[in-house]
Design a protein around this ligand. Structure first.
Ligand code: SF4
Ligand code: SF4
Length: 165
């Protein structure tokens, strides 16, 4: 008879959200919501779809996102974060993107937190980070022997800065 293998269905993860100040709820300016997310919020709060959309979401660059508020730790955070416990106040009704995050066994922000706490020798320190996104172009450079794809980091801003030097 074949040996029975009991598998743990929960994938192993290397982060602990209960020990994190909720970077993911704070550093991203957009937490995207779908119609299904708004329906879930409406059900959770016992309001209509339109009320939930108006109260808890807003349009940002044509995208519907959760509202944000000033935060005691970061510059801003999600309107649904408990700023004292750093936990989600609508955990069972949170949007799909929150459910899927970070979508891998490690969380880069948790690794950063652990790294800095060890570096600083202080288990209470919180490294503050801000994340912005910038488009870079990839270009192919070639010589007679080979060609390779590289990223062109210098943008218009850099060119202006060069001119002013
Ligand atoms: S940043 Fe990472 S560790 Fe922190 S709450 Fe979000 S998923 Fe959890
Ligand atoms: S809904 Fe909850 S999990 Fe999602 S960003 Fe807001 S506080 Fe974080």
């Amino acid at each position: 008879m074949a040996e029975r293998v009991i598998k743990d269905e929960q994938p192993r993860v290397y982060f602990d959200c209960s020990k994190c100040p909720a970077y993911c709820c704070s550093v991203y300016e957009r937490v995207k919501v779908t119609k299904r997310d708004i329906t879930r919020l409406a059900k959770h709060f016992g309001v209509t779809y339109e009320q939930a959309r108006f109260r808890y979401t807003r349009l940002r660059d044509g995208e519907r996102v959760l509202k944000r508020v000033e935060d005691v730790v970061f510059h801003e955070t999600c309107t649904f974060l408990d700023q004292e416990t750093r936990g989600c106040t609508i955990y069972h009704a949170r949007p799909g993107v929150c459910r899927g995050y970070p979508g891998r066994p490690r969380c880069a922000y948790y690794d950063l937190l652990r790294f800095e706490r060890q570096q600083q020798g202080d288990e209470n320190v919180v490294p503050l980070v801000q994340i912005t996104f910038r488009e870079v172009k990839d270009v192919v450079v070639s010589d007679e022997d080979s060609s390779e794809e590289i990223y062109e980091w210098g943008g218009e801003q850099d060119k202006d800065a060069d001119k002013n030097e």
